[in-house]
Design a protein around this ligand. Sequence first.
Ligand SMILES: *[C@@H]1O[C@H](CO)[C@@H](O)[C@H](O)[C@H]1NC(C)=O
Ligand SMILES: *[C@@H]1O[C@H](CO)[C@@H](O)[C@H](O)[C@H]1NC(C)=O
Ligand SMILES: *[C@@H]1O[C@H](CO)[C@@H](O)[C@H](O)[C@H]1NC(C)=O
Ligand SMILES: *[C@@H]1O[C@H](CO)[C@@H](O)[C@H](O)[C@H]1NC(C)=O
Length: 645
Amino acid sequence: MVVPNPSSSAILPSYSYSSLPDAADSDAGAPANRRRVLLLSGLVTIVTLVASATYIGLVSRWDSELPEAIKHQRPPPLTLPRGVAEGVSTKSHGLRLGVASFPWTNRMLTWQRTSFHFQPKINWMNDPNGPLYYKGWYHFFYQYNPEGAVWGNIVWGHSVSTDLIHWRHLPIAMTYDQWYDSNGVWTGSATLLPNGDLVMLYTGSTNQTVQVQNLAYPADPSDPLLIDWVKYPKNPVLVPPPGIDIHDFRDPTTAWLTSEGKWRITIGSKINKTGISLVYETMDFKNFELLEGVLHAVPGTGMWECVDFYPVSTSGENGLDTSMKGSGVKHVVKASFDDDRNDYYSLGTYDEETAVWHPDDPKLDVGLGLRYDYGKFYASKTFFDVEKKRRVLWGWIPETDSELADIQKGWASLQAVPRTVVFDRKTGSNVLQWPVVEVEKLRTKSWQFSNVVVQPGSVLPLDVGKKTSQLDIMAEFELDQEALNRVNETDEMFSCSTAGGAANRGALGPFGLLVLADESLSEQTPIYFYVAKGAEGKLKTFFCADESRSSKATDVMKPIYGSTVPVLKGEKFSMRILVDHSIVESFAQRGRTCITSRIYPTKAIYEDAKIFLFNNATEANIIASLKIWQMDSAYIHSYPTELIM
Ligand SMILES: *[C@@H]1O[C@H](CO)[C@@H](O)[C@H](O)[C@H]1NC(C)=O
Ligand SMILES: *[C@@H]1O[C@H](CO)[C@@H](O)[C@H](O)[C@H]1NC(C)=O
Ligand SMILES: *[C@@H]1O[C@H](CO)[C@@H](O)[C@H](O)[C@H]1NC(C)=O
Ligand SMILES: *[C@@H]1O[C@H](CO)[C@@H](O)[C@H](O)[C@H]1NC(C)=O
């Protein structure tokens, strides 16, 4: 794809943003999380000002335990649409006009809180930021609103773990205390240099809502917990280049090395409706040069946020360091599309000489082909885990209930269980995502069901005890071969989202599991396969999640998600489902196709949540074998309530 060179003012609008002088530098360079003065511009609403003032009065230091301290002092909910004025579209879908809010009880809302997914203690969270492994700890930073359960006042929350499952919350790492990030400390990435130095690049929204890139580093690199952060006194290190709108320049990636020993990063943007990713080169993370052309561009895809760019091995099991290249390596480009809030990826080849990436298959280019996840999963970011030699993917899982309910429950959003990402050497055309192996440490009591025959049109309860809101389910299905042969061409135009869900019976599907279902199936969420048969008997398999009957509440989204999944010769249909209260993560064929659902039942909760096997195919029996574990809760607690180390 040839696109205009964004640095060429011949083709592009001549607009150019110049950085402000170093005016505000005088008190920069101090540890960011000790800063107490909040610089708020006139663009920040009065509501926020009042909220912040309350907040400063209550909390003497950023590193006291914020959530507890302000738990009962949360500012009144913001009623204006947030985000647009700050230069990003609003992060939550809100409540549709005219939809009455459901009378949620505390019992229902309490059940929604998850037990082994990463969440701050209270309030709003969005994008994962700067994940890395450092001196024995996995660090996780995240976009966080310390003041409420809706988007706004964004700072970097921070937690550490030794296994990616059990977490300790640390003090806020960076807050909006400089002119170049006074509208928010937005998304960024970590780069670990070969000499052990750690640099963090992040987007700041300035006092004039210009998106700029800033540099930060640990105040004490010998501190394994990386508690204190310093912002580089001469920030910003990058401002929007000519031709790039001041609101379309965000989320720098982890840097990778060139053969000449220079570092490159890429940053998402757009020109008109073409989504692009700019490439910069640097030696010191302070001075950058914009390279000609772009890493990649796809017309019609709109703003690319949170671009991720990394190598995968085509020959080995291990993940690769971000700087790896050469034979046996493909490169993934992932972009989060601001227009539709999905994470699209594509596999291809990176040409170091030109700093351009080419998709293996133009029909599967970024945005045209594959998604990490066909449910809710956005703004994701990978890191190379140097300890376990794997590439780990973090993804933000938004809510699909109303903001009013979020405010009532006091929190909003989750992170998916971190997933390892590898190239799928069997298909050669996708990655495989799989929950990190450490989550299996939470498995407790298990049940096994072998070769259960499920007749067309039947539903079978699976007795797995009473704790059915926390499960890890592995299931394999075989379709009756005789029926497969007998059935004529069928369902060639099938699609999960338009075919009416699991209530639409076809010859060879749907079949799978009902999770978070009550005894009478008045609430149920089918996770299922659906097989279509094309000309010459070719089978095409779909993997879907039908939320349409997941809740009696009217003020939650209830879509039907899904896509195709490759099922190779000799393979059974296999799925894994992690159920954790209001989140269900589903993986087909070892992670070729994934679907994350947020589900808010009103009856199928606590001991009334059950699971069932079902087969709604009209022509075929299925044979199912399952292993199901109850899952323990992870330890996710606050510092300094618990002692660190
Ligand atoms: C933003 O901050 C800069 C540097 O302190 C200052 O010169 C400028 O007047 C500020 N602009 C607004 C709108 O506050
Ligand atoms: C963007 O759209 C404007 C208005 O349609 C057009 O004049 C301009 O040439 C476009 N820019 C690029 C780089 O295509
Ligand atoms: C398949 O098509 C043939 C010919 O049209 C028809 O006789 C037969 O009943 C069909 N089989 C099924 C299972 O629908
Ligand atoms: C199976 O199909 C029937 C008929 O459409 C429907 O009533 C039933 O709810 C379906 N079962 C599931 C699990 O969706």
